[in-house]
Design a protein around this ligand. Structure first.
Ligand code: SF4
Ligand code: SF4
Length: 280
């Protein structure tokens, strides 16, 4: 079984430095790679596009950065939509848009459900990040974005599909929009900033007539009587539960005010993170 390229993006490690996006710019802007890509325009294209995912609200805000690019799907809608075999999947898993055969095929921009194809108005050709196929064919061991990432947030692996399935299982990797069933080869670790919501809050208490942060309070989260997670408020009286399914409905927060008294708070989880202001 032949080995194929995959990219693993660890969202927790991305610091939004933009090195990966700049490496793409440096490699392709106004630079032709015959047989692989026409020159990328100097402005306007983001073949690696770093999304900013913000959850919560003041004072508890969680910000993550999610690098996105062509997913090199095994079941790629762009391949289906292309005329004259202008887009094809190589045996090493990389999807390539032939710059000559794809000329004029603007409809390919809409064929990609991830928004990963950009229209080059000057060259009249659809373009995407092609995994630096020309460099790999020259013997590079990894694409440039991986090479320049200072934190190890990007890792390329060339393995068999069987080995990749094991890595996906072991490292609990996810893909973008799995419901589309396009079989992406770009995998994500810690994608919860895009897919899940937070239940967070601040606790205050009145002590000697003064309102102050309620630190070291045990907070537990349950749903329909089953425990979900536990936490203890920090010195600012803050607690946070991450990885909660969107629109997952009613939960109960149990605040242990002291050894004998507790307070139950009902919350309803919809599509957004919750940041509560509570007192005990
Ligand atoms: S180079 Fe690495 S850390 Fe920097 S933005 Fe890209 S993925 Fe994130
Ligand atoms: S992400 Fe879009 S451009 Fe890339 S292979 Fe999938 S459908 Fe095609």
């Amino acid at each position: 079984m032949s080995n194929k390229w995959n990219l693993i993006v660890d969202v927790d490690e991305c610091i939004n430095c933009y090195n990966c996006a700049l490496a793409v710019q440096d490699e392709y802007a106004e630079m032709e790679h015959p047989g692989y890509t026409a020159p990328m325009p100097k402005h306007g294209h983001r073949w690696i596009n770093i999304l900013r995912a913000e959850r919560g609200k003041f004072p508890i805000v969680d910000v993550s950065f999610v690098p996105t690019m062509c997913n090199h799907c095994d079941d790629a809608p762009c391949v289906e939509a292309a005329e004259n075999n202008a887009v094809h999947k190589r045996s090493d898993g990389i999807v390539v848009i032939d710059p000559k055969a794809a000329k004029g095929q603007k409809h390919l921009v809409d064929a990609c459900p991830y928004g990963a194809i950009w229209w080059n108005e000057i060259e009249e050709v659809p373009q995407h990040w092609n995994f630096d196929a020309h460099l790999l064919d020259e013997g590079w061991k990894e694409p440039r974005c991986v090479n320049v990432c200072p934190t190890g947030a990007l890792k390329s692996v060339k393995v068999s599909d069987l080995e990749m399935s094991q890595i996906v299982k072991d490292e609990e990797l996810e893909t973008l929009k799995p419901e589309l069933e396009t079989q992406p080869r770009i995998y994500y670790k810690s994608l919860k900033s895009l897919t899940k919501v937070l239940i967070a809050g601040t606790l205050e208490k009145v002590s000697n007539g003064r309102t102050e942060c309620a630190a070291d309070i045990h907070v537990s989260l349950s749903q329909s009587g089953s425990p979900v997670a536990e936490s203890v408020t920090d010195e600012f009286g803050e607690f946070k539960f991450d990885g909660i399914d969107r629109n997952s409905g009613a939960y109960q927060l149990n605040l242990m005010c002291n050894d004998i008294s507790q307070k139950i708070v009902d919350v309803d989880v919809k599509n957004e993170s919750l940041v509560l202001e509570l007192d005990i």
